[in-house]
Design a protein around this ligand. Structure first.
Ligand code: DHB
Ligand code: FE
Length: 311
């Protein structure tokens, strides 16, 4: 069908009216964004001659995505969350901000409210016979390497099935299993005693996986551990590390892997003395360097809807 109508007055008037872009009422910024996105969609329909059937398939897909509660998952899978990181990295480069631990995506599975402990937290609450013990430890510093006292390190990760507490489809985990927070002392040190995670896979029947199937992509992530790190006078860091050796490290469906975020996994013994379930355990040392506030502000703090539970 040759129906190039985008540039006609009729269509431009329709976009103006539908978004109320010329009106006084409503939120100007929101109208600006909506007008641009809707215009881009209309233009794409013209350019690619997207059929009514294809448009309605897309509309119905959005309904399904909402029913599955997977919009944030799809955002990561389509690289949107990574794109926001790329933009923040670039803004930092232009501003001459360097030396901090690299950021990477938050993902949709954080839960606020985990208990905060001093220096060390044991976060494997539920038994998991398929996961061996893991100690994650390190120091929080500024970009000059000076330890930061009173920093909060929040940590969350999956169990041996790749499931996160609070979002576990089997309902098997208690609230805050494999989630915790540690406050550093004067030495800046933090430690989590936990179990080795396994990589996450998108719900196989969900809308995200349905889209990925359509484009011939998998929906899996390598094993990883998430962190938020915050301290007075510093910007909050959102990051993760991958578990070295995972075959998906450079094939993450959410594009979170970075060279600097693959710390070595070291085999250790002496776990019994630490209260771990086996004497042999794995240890990952990972230090965090936080960047300073910019003109007294965290200029990259991200606000988004997050799950929260009262401990
Ligand atoms: C996503 C991120 C995660 O860390 C995870 O475990 C699952 C999904 C995501 O970005 O979609
Ligand atoms: Fe994750």
């Amino acid at each position: 069908m040759n129906a190039e109508v985008f540039d006609t007055k009729e269509v431009q008037d329709l976009l103006t009216a539908a978004t109320n872009i010329a009106g006084q009422e409503g939120n100007a910024r929101f109208k600006q964004i909506l007008h641009r996105l809707l215009s881009d969609l209309f233009k794409a329909i013209d350019d690619l001659d997207i059929t009514p059937d294809e448009v309605w398939a897309g509309v119905n897909y959005i309904n399904q995505l909402g029913r599955d509660g997977e919009a944030a998952l799809l955002a990561a899978g389509l690289g949107l969350e990574k794109y926001l990181d790329i933009r923040m990295d670039h803004a930092d480069k232009l501003a001459g901000i360097e030396g901090g631990t690299p950021r990477t995506i938050e993902g949709p599975l954080y839960v606020a409210g985990a208990p905060v402990r001093d220096g060390m937290s044991r976060i494997d609450i539920d038994p998991d016979q398929d996961a061996g013990p893991l100690v994650i430890r390190g120091v929080v510093t500024d970009t000059d390497g000076k330890p930061l006292a009173g920093a909060i390190v929040e940590c969350w990760h999956a169990n041996s099935k790749g499931f996160y507490s609070h979002f576990d489809p089997t309902g098997a985990q208690t609230e805050f299993n494999l989630r915790g927070a540690v406050k550093t002392g004067a030495d800046g040190k933090y430690e989590f005693r936990t179990l080795m995670p396994v990589g996450y896979g998108c719900p196989p029947q969900g809308a995200t996986q349905q889209l990925l199937d359509e484009i011939g992509r998998h929906g899996n992530r390598p094993a990883h551990v998430h962190f938020f790190v915050s301290a007075d006078s510093h910007r909050k860091l959102t990051t993760q590390f991958n578990i070295e050796g995972d075959p998906l490290i450079w094939d993450d469906f959410a594009y979170a892997t970075r060279e600097e975020l693959i710390p070595p996994v070291v085999e250790k013994t002496g776990g019994a003395a630490l209260g771990l379930k086996d004497n042999a355990y794995k240890e990952i040392e990972f230090n965090f360097a936080l960047t300073s506030l910019v003109q007294g502000k965290d200029n990259q703090l991200v606000h988004r809807l997050r799950a929260a539970v009262t401990a």
